[in-house]
Design a protein around this ligand. Sequence first.
Ligand code: NAP
Length: 321
Amino acid sequence: MQAEVRAESNKPETKRKFDVIIIGAGPAGYTAAIYTSRAKRETLVISGNLPGGQLMLTTDVENYPGFAEGIFGPELMIAMRKQAERIGTTIIDDEVVNVDFRHRPFKILTYSEEYEADAVIIATGASPRKIGVKGEQEFSAKGVSYCATCDGPFFKNQDLVVAGGGDSAMEEAIFLTKFAKSVHVVHRRDKLRASKIMQDRAFENNKIQFHWNSVIDEIKGNQKVNQITINNLKTNQKETLEAGGVFVAIGHDPNTKLFKGQIELDDQGYIILKNSTKTSVEGVFAAGDVHDHLYRQAVTAAGFGCMAAIDVDKYLSENKK
Ligand code: NAP
């Protein structure tokens, strides 16, 4: 799909050069767009293959401020998109296949078009790793979750399973004990990767039970998850756990493949920020989970989007010819 604008003659023409191009259309991308468009910067959002981002895959969102009764994830993202469009953002549902940040204006190539921008905000997010077992996709948002902070409160008094042995898994397991009857941590080795302090907290919590050297084999249910089969890798014994939910916490992969070699990334692929939202390339900024592996919340991503937009506006004022 191409971005179209009306020329003076009223004939549609393809616009390819923007003040700012935002790559990614989750809370960070849309918020950045709302701010840059309100600052009268011509803004293009290229949404990628999941317009709306991770919230399109969730159901109720209860922790985004402003919605007393909560809001459906996709509904929130559609509202953000409409808000950005109303303020003047151009949004195209296309995927970026290459970028060239060596010279300004920066070049961004999608499947169907090449665009140019004086500034870029990368808001491509991070994707939770999947365990890749039967039932995982089928019961996604029906008991399978990748965010305990987001979904934990919907699982009051239930038995739950957490997959993983890192800090996220321990944090999620501990958080879930506030609501759950019990939490089974399923970890593929006999040692946790998590920091000592998180391990200690998890071991001290009597609602948490560990299943060592084990992996989830299958997630079963009817309308929702109700059973998890786990497999002990040492003994090859299978065990069935009656549980209402599975929280997968085996890490995230930042969506930064496109930028490798062009901007500085850390050893896990997250964008390294220099000063506020600036990346290692002047004029290229980043916002949201693509650099933030700590908070990963819709509201923090939106906050970073706002910060990046303000930084871009200042940058353009100082640098635009
Ligand atoms: P992580 O440290 O990479 O841990 C991922 C865990 O998932 C590991 O235990 C790993 O097992 C397991 N795993 C990976 N792939 C798997 C698979 N296919 N099947 C089963 N298990 C699998 O990721 P994270 O816990 O999300 O943490 C990411 C970073 O954020 C870390 O640097 C962490 O310290 C930091 N963090 C810090 C805090 C905090 O300080 N409160 C909270 C959250 C995250 P193995 O151990 O066998 O590799």
